[in-house]
Write a protein that binds this ligand. Structure first.
Ligand SMILES: NC(=O)c1ccc[n+]([C@@H]2O[C@H](COP(=O)([O-])OP(=O)(O)OC[C@H]3O[C@@H](n4cnc5c(N)ncnc54)[C@H](O)[C@@H]3O)[C@@H](O)[C@H]2O)c1
Length: 417
């Protein structure tokens, strides 16, 4: 048992975590929580959908809500109406999130605020003894990524980044196939966020946008990839990053800025990562060109190839020209269906339509917490995938210079399979 003192109101005493041998928490297990009590910080567009999902997941209860805007709180309270076990406590104002973190009847702080506040709230929540689930990206600076790792290790609390794209069907199927050796050794992968958001970014005659200003403001002063994790997350899992390999260095370049839209320094950002074992990952970001939606998700191995966009396909050695698409591709996806898909897709689709992957993600989170299991993704994944926000900016702003990627596991990835 360790006693940890921080600037939190409570000195958090950790009594319930297991199998920690060297301070690393690659596979943190904590005492099972029969009914996970959740406090939400940030109740905007994304969070209200999460509140709705949690209402339909067994073994959890929403005990607290926090936002700066009264209407958002009211809307979330309305979604929760009828919840068994009583109404949630409500917090607001600039210090509301701190009061929520300090509240006693919360096991998990679920963060859905804008990017700039994720790390502060996550760190404080862990210092108050709470597990944390944070929206993407978990942090926007390297320093904050380290703060997440250091605090999670010191408090031995879970800190998961809610990277929902890791739960999509084709991605999970491909990860399954990689683990079964069907694609051979993965040598190269690609993951992107290519989304034509011009309509949301553009201002109307009154100078208003459909999109939140905080996102535009952040991008206005950023020259790299501000939103790397949707593309990178599933690719990193498929490549066993921090489970036998690690990302070692990155070069990043940004194209000229096109059009007259504000807030986009560099219309297209492309970054190339090299791993310790000499494998490569291409990560791209573009939200202001007229191109079809794509997260790329391309895996190239010594025995085969998988690509999700624009059309899902596989190809296998030795006849790589015989591309498997359409019904034949669907049959492969069915044949290698991941257990999470089998378990959560049908109910998730009933509740959330195409956003069933969010339901699967939340179900897994609650399941693991209830059963004292390691979470599907850990704090090191959150820090690593998020640190690209700063690294790509630095590299692209300096002519695409190579930059070392921090090893947030401090070498522990070598022992993990
Ligand atoms: N995974 C996905 O597919 C996906 C999709 C959309 C958004 N997101 C992520 O979700 C997060 C939220 O996005 P959104 O679109 O809901 O934004 P939003 O602007 O609609 O909501 C943010 C909310 O946080 C509240 N907030 C901000 N600071 C606060 C504070 N200090 N205390 C309490 N409340 C505070 C705001 O009042 C607002 O209601 C972002 O990180 C975004 O990247 C993820």
């Amino acid at each position: 048992m360790r006693l940890i003192f921080f600037d939190c109101t409570f000195a958090y005493v950790n009594k319930d975590c297991m199998n920690i041998t060297d301070g690393g928490i690659l596979e943190l297990r904590c005492a099972p929580i029969e009914c996970v009590r959740i406090g939400f910080v940030g109740l905007g567009v994304r969070a209200k959908r999460a509140v709705y999902r949690m209402m339909h997941i067994e073994g959890c209860r929403i005990t607290a809500l926090c936002d700066l805007v009264k209407e958002n709180i009211d809307e979330a309270v309305a979604i929760i109406a009828g919840q068994e076990g009583g109404t949630p406590a409500v917090f607001t104002g600039n210090e509301g999130w701190k009061q929520l973190c300090e509240a006693k009847d919360i096991d998990l702080v679920y963060i859905c605020t804008d990017w700039s506040s994720h790390a502060d709230i996550a760190v404080y929540a862990m210092q108050c003894g709470k597990h944390v689930a944070t929206e993407v990206p978990a942090a926007t600076t390297i320093a904050d990524c380290w703060r997440l790792v250091d605090t999670a290790e010191a408090t031995q609390r879970h800190c998961i980044m809610l990277e929902n794209c890791c739960y999509d069907e084709f991605e999970l199927c491909t990860i399954n196939m990689v683990q079964q050796g069907i694609l051979g050794d993965v040598i190269h992968a690609e993951g992107s966020y290519l989304h034509d958001l011009r309509e949301r970014i553009a201002t109307n005659d009154n100078g208003e946008r459909k999109w939140s200003n905080w996102q535009i403001e952040f991008m206005n002063s950023h020259n790299g990839n501000p939103y790397p994790t949707h593309g990178l997350g599933p690719v990193a899992l498929a490549m066993n990053i921090y489970r036998g390999d690690r990302m070692k260095s990155i070069v990043s370049v940004s194209s000229i800025r096109t059009g007259d839209m504000e807030g986009l320094n560099g219309t297209m950002n492309s970054s190339l990562i090299t791993t310790e074992k000499g494998r490569t990952i291409l990560v791209q970001h573009c939200i202001s060109l007229p191109r079809p939606y794509s997260r790329s998700f391309l895996i190239s191995g010594t025995e085969g190839f998988a690509q999700k966009y624009p059309t899902p396909m596989f190809a296998f050695a030795p006849d790589s020209e015989s591309v498997v698409t359409g019904g034949a591709c669907d049959r492969i996806v069915e044949e290698h269906k991941h257990p999470f898909v089998a378990e959560y897709k049908e109910r998730g689709t009933e509740l959330c339509g195409r956003r069933w992957i969010d339901y699967a993600m939340d179900c897994r989170l609650i399941h693991c917490l209830r059963n004292g299991l390691p979470l599907d993704m850990n704090v090191y994944d959150a820090a690593l995938w998020s640190c690209l926000v700063e690294l790509t900016d630095t590299s692209a702003s300096n002519g695409g210079i190579p930059i070392e990627i921090p090893d947030f596991t401090r070498g522990r990835w070598k022992a993990k399979k």
